[in-house]
Write a protein that binds this ligand. Structure first.
Ligand SMILES: Nc1ncnc2c1ncn2[C@@H]1O[C@H](COP(=O)(O)OP(=O)(O)OP(=O)(O)O)[C@@H](O)[C@H]1O
Ligand SMILES: [Mg+2]
Length: 326
């Protein structure tokens, strides 16, 4: 690791319990529509906080208010005690990084190049020097490359560093977006539907990755519709409905809250109709996968069977992830 990198990482890591994000009274209006209404939310260091709510509840708009894409109509956002600047690139430099609900990668660049772009706020040379190959570029480039490779290894994509990002499967594109966000050495990472379109195995791997990010001292705020993922992952969960924060609490508190059930989660259907059929299809798929693997690693059968049990279908209302949101 380079000296440059170490300094940047050390700067991003927060003291335990420190309030990293403090959003107060954030309101965002578009003409007559109030998309976010007077939302307060804090995220402390060492925490993973979830933001849930129905489609159109204002979750992404709230993220946009935290990252300078929108300037809130009212309210204030502080990062580590300082009011955020109004420009998104300045906010990235301050220490907040994000991924997008609709993946935004440079599709004709390689995986490595995408991560290098994410590092431009942390290199003295900046983006223009990288593009123009100016003086001092080569030393900085070697340092940046080493760090970018470290991050690719961290998310499990180092073996695809030279692939074009558009050729990656969907789940890996989401991982690459995370690596690119981490390249700015943030203290707070905002993830907007990081598992949308992922299969259960990829979702579980994403969960592990987010825990690992938290363990590096980076606070995480995550939007997701997959409730199993959210309630497993998050220390605290806030539910937005029609732009307002309806409830905030631990996973158990939010999951059991009548207002959240009524407005978002919904009551499970009596007897969970269709669950048996879904389980049957998943079991057949897992068995087929196990058979394929068996030829090389006979012991693979047991974990595959285990995965089937864990992948039992979500109860109705448990996951409302939008299949087409790509
Ligand atoms: N730039 C904009 N101009 C006008 N209205 C907007 C704009 N951005 C968002 N909205 C509106 O604000 C509301 C909240 O949208 P937002 O995308 O934040 O919801 P969301 O909670 O992220 O939903 P989803 O779960 O579907 O992603 C919606 O009614 C949306 O149409
Ligand atoms: Mg959204």
């Amino acid at each position: 690791m380079t000296t440059d990198t170490t300094t940047a990482e050390a700067a991003a890591v927060s003291a335990p319990g420190e309030t990293v994000l403090d959003a107060r009274g954030v309101t965002m209006r578009f003409g007559g529509l109030t998309a976010v209404r007077s939302v307060d939310l804090t995220v402390n260091s060492g925490e993973i906080v979830g933001l849930i709510g129905p489609n159109g509840a204002g979750k992404t708009t709230f993220f946009n208010c935290l990252t300078g894409l929108y300037i809130p109509t009212e309210g204030e956002v502080r990062y580590k005690g300082n009011v955020l600047p109004a420009k998104s690139f300045k906010i990235t430099a301050t220490g907040i990084a994000r991924t997008f609900q609709n993946i935004r990668l440079f599709s004709n660049m390689t995986v490595l190049e995408n991560v290098l772009v994410g590092r431009h706020t942390r290199t003295k040379e900046g983006l223009w020097s990288a593009l123009l190959r100016g003086p001092g570029f080569h030393r900085a480039e070697a340092e940046s490359k080493a760090r970018a490779m470290e991050l690719l290894e961290f998310v499990g994509l180092d073996h695809k560093a030279e692939h074009l990002s558009r050729n990656l499967p969907y789940g890996e594109q989401r991982k690459l977006e995370i690596a690119r966000a981490l390249a700015s050495e943030p203290g707070l990472l905002l993830l907007d539907e990081p598992t949308a379109g992922m299969n259960p195995q990829e979702t579980r791997a994403a969960e592990e990755l987010i825990f690992a990010i938290r363990d590096k001292g980076i606070a995480v705020l995550v939007i997701e519709h997959d409730m199993r993922f959210i309630f497993n992952l998050c220390d605290r969960v806030a539910c937005l409905v029609q732009g307002e924060k309806l409830v905030e609490g631990t996973a158990a508190e939010v999951q059991g809250d009548d207002r959240v059930v009524a407005a978002y989660l919904g009551e499970p259907f009596e007897g969970d109709p269709g669950a048996a059929e879904v389980a049957e299809v998943e079991a057949a798929e897992a068995a087929a996968a196990a058979e394929t693997t068996e030829a090389t690693t006979p012991e693979a059968t047991a974990p595959a069977a285990e995965a089937t049990t864990e992948d039992a279908p979500a109860a109705p209302g448990e996951s409302t992830s939008k299949e087409n949101d790509r």
